[in-house]
Unconditional design. Structure first.
Length: 64
């Protein structure tokens, strides 16, 4: 019975860490939902839906 709580807490932490991501300064991130463009996220701490959204790419915003 006690092990079921440990498993639930472990799964909750997995989804929490899978949902949060950071974008460094001078970069942007393209987010796709089921393979279709969703948004472009600028620098900072962001949230995405685990197993549905994915980071499709990172774009450098530095002036060459």
């Amino acid at each position: 019975m006690n092990y079921s709580y440990v498993i639930i807490v472990f799964i909750a932490f997995f989804f929490l860490f899978a949902a949060l991501f950071t974008v460094k300064q001078q970069t942007a991130v393209i987010i796709e939902r089921f393979g279709k463009f969703l948004s472009i996220r600028q620098s900072g701490l962001h949230f995405k839906v685990p197993l549905i959204d994915r980071i499709a790419g990172r774009i450098s915003l530095k002036i060459q």
